[in-house]
Ligand binder design. Structure first.
Ligand SMILES: Nc1ncnc2c1ncn2[C@@H]1O[C@H](COP(=O)(O)OP(=O)(O)OP(=O)(O)O)[C@@H](O)[C@H]1O
Ligand SMILES: [Mg+2]
Length: 269
């Protein structure tokens, strides 16, 4: 079996792959990249009663992989470029190519992957880290579950300037509930819940719109969403709103948060 480990800026994901199938996945979070990688692997071995000798090799990727230059636990360890890993993982999850992938991690990258080539189209520093960073300052929590719980009860009308606030009629394809300016209203009556929703909405609207433009530039009508951001249900709803407006579909595959690790594990197949 081959283990793929993606040492991301926030979390570390590991997958075990054999014969093109995912056997198991684990997620960990540690202060440094070596502890993250060895911790993820150790957890996987213990939880699944894996025999260490059955691990053929380990392939690492992600921002934290630059710090690891040795084999791990005596197992042959290779490194792979993160963009390539996202592309390979995205094609595996989408079961097709070419595919446009929006990988929403701490930041966001947009990639076009096909069997011929994997192209980094661009990205934005607006991502999951923007949600936790702004929340820490504005609503005094960076605990992700708290942010989600607050946002679920939030009212966007308290923070965003909506088309309905500035116009009696729809403007072009924007109806009255569409955002004219994120945080452009910011009423004094806005509560933590409303601000949490405003942050979540802004981050996913930005990602959604740049994904749409990226997809259009490559004549695609569908974007596969990967990374931890793919699992965010409020984010999914925001992206579905963008989807209706721009007629580009967003897909949220199972195991989306493991896409990069899966791509790493599959890279030497
Ligand atoms: N339980 C959680 N713990 C930490 N972050 C979470 C959790 N649930 C969701 N998130 C969100 O996921 C983001 C991290 O996503 P992900 O693990 O895909 O990124 P990463 O791979 O570490 O980063 P990058 O790919 O940008 O280097 C966090 O910034 C946060 O917004
Ligand atoms: Mg990542």
């Amino acid at each position: 079996m081959i283990i793929g480990i993606d040492i991301g800026s926030t979390t570390t994901k590991a997958v075990a792959v054999e014969g093109g199938k995912i056997l198991t996945t684990v997620k960990t979070r540690a202060f440094d990249s070596v502890t993250s990688a060895t911790g993820a692997l150790g957890k996987m071995i213990l939880e699944n009663n894996f025999d260490i000798s059955s691990i053929e090799k380990i392939i690492i990727t992600g921002a934290g992989s630059v710090n690891i230059n040795k084999e791990i636990f005596g197992i042959t360890t290779h490194k792979i470029d993160e963009i390539k890993a996202i592309g390979l993982g995205g094609m595996f999850l989408a079961k097709r190519d070419p595919v446009i992938i929006a990988n929403i991690g701490t930041g966001t990258s947009i990639i076009e992957a096909s069997n011929e080539r994997i192209l980094h189209l661009g990205g934005t520093g607006v991502g999951g880290g923007t949600i936790t960073g702004l929340s820490k300052e504005l609503i005094k929590t960076s605990v992700f579950d708290n942010i989600i719980r607050l946002a679920e009860k939030g009212d966007l009308d308290q923070v965003d300037l909506l088309i309905g606030d500035i116009s009696e009629k729809d403007i072009s394809f924007l109806d009255k509930s569409a955002t004219a300016a994120n945080f452009g209203k910011m009423l004094d009556t806005a509560e933590k819940e409303d601000i949490a929703m405003g942050i979540m909405n802004m981050v996913f609207q930005v990602i959604g719109v740049i994904s749409v433009f990226a997809a259009r530039s490559r004549h695609a009508n569908c974007v596969l969403v990967t990374g931890n951001g793919s699992r965010n249900q409020i984010g999914q709803r925001v992206l579905e709103g963008i989807s209706r407006m721009y007629n580009i579909k967003f897909e949220f595959p199972q195991d989306a948060e493991y896409a990069t690790a899966i791509g790493a594990a599959l890279s030497e197949d």
